[in-house]
Design a protein around this ligand. Sequence first.
Ligand SMILES: Cc1ncc(C[n+]2csc(CCOP(=O)(O)OP(=O)(O)O)c2C)c(N)n1
Length: 376
Amino acid sequence: MINPDNFIKAIKDNKINFISGVPDSLLKNLTNRISVKFKNHIISTNEGSAVSLAIGHYLSTKEPAIVYLQNSGLGNIINPITSLAHPKVYGIPMILIIGWRGEIKNLKQIPDEPQHKKQGQITTKQLKILDISFKIINQNTKNLNQLFKNLIKISKKKQSPVAILVRKNTFKDLRKKIYNRASKNLLFREDIIKDIVDVTTSKNIILSTTGMASRELYEIRKNKKQNKLMDFLTVGGMGHASQIAAGIAMNKKGKKIICIDGDGSLLMHMGSMGISSKFDNLIHILVNNKSHDSVGGQPTLGQSINFSKVAKLCGYKSCLLLKKRNSIKRNIKKALNSKKSFFIQINCEKGFRKDLGRPDKNMKERKDFFIKKIRG
Ligand SMILES: Cc1ncc(C[n+]2csc(CCOP(=O)(O)OP(=O)(O)O)c2C)c(N)n1
């Protein structure tokens, strides 16, 4: 496996001095070390925004930056790449480091979650369509210095973004202690989701965001012997759960729609709060663990932004900020009985159970059941 510190040294040796990106589980062993070892590093809210920071960096220094992302973030970068950075427009050199979920190896796809299936298959094709030269790396890749030297040369010559496509298990884990749910007395996302499930009924419509929130909701249903298909799990499309909720709220005025969001997800498309706030049957619950907990625990702006104040300015009629478990059920009940839109920010710790399961993969069955359930 590649020692991430050696990879970072190759980046520095090649005089790259700015890195931005959105975290990814496959790249976490690298990006967590970047947070420690690389000074000029911004964890962005959206992959497209990270590309834009790299464009600004190039315009002001004439030096290419690095942008890291999961391949699911390619959708978010396509616009600033195609309409700005591509050689047919401004031609901006930069190096993309892309975690390849659902990778293709020897013409076969490595099994992964449903949301990574199509994206894994089309990743190299998307790069080709965008005219982005790329190099695939894995745990055996050597000569990192030369790798960067060559890519920078191509990027500058072509005046274009170039990419490194990273296979699974490429980077060594240098953490001494793997963090986990530390103490029973602290408040975790799973406790909050349990409380939401406890105070709602099958008449309410629940949607959960990408990552552990959906896995936890699924498992809570399973343990309570409730139908595991009854909620909409936003397994991909990070940051879009609240707008799917708004789309449902628009047509199901007689029902309460509850969106369980995460701080990283909310930040990715924060402007859309101005839309979801307009639906009085929508309850937007933000689980703010101030991190990208699902992909390695990297910090988000949730550490400094008061989302409940932002929500108020975006038009939610009632906005709350909760920090204690004993206030959660009471306030959700209040929201369920109200005729106004609610935004409830609940601050908690990062961490999840090691033995957390994964939802079954029958997405069509899930969709059909959900449509049938909310029709009633
Ligand atoms: C467009 C896109 N970029 C990145 C990812 C990888 N990813 C999955 S979950 C997640 C973190 C979500 O953070 P947050 O919403 O705060 O939820 P938490 O994991 O903390 O519960 C990320 C970055 C993704 N799925 N899609």
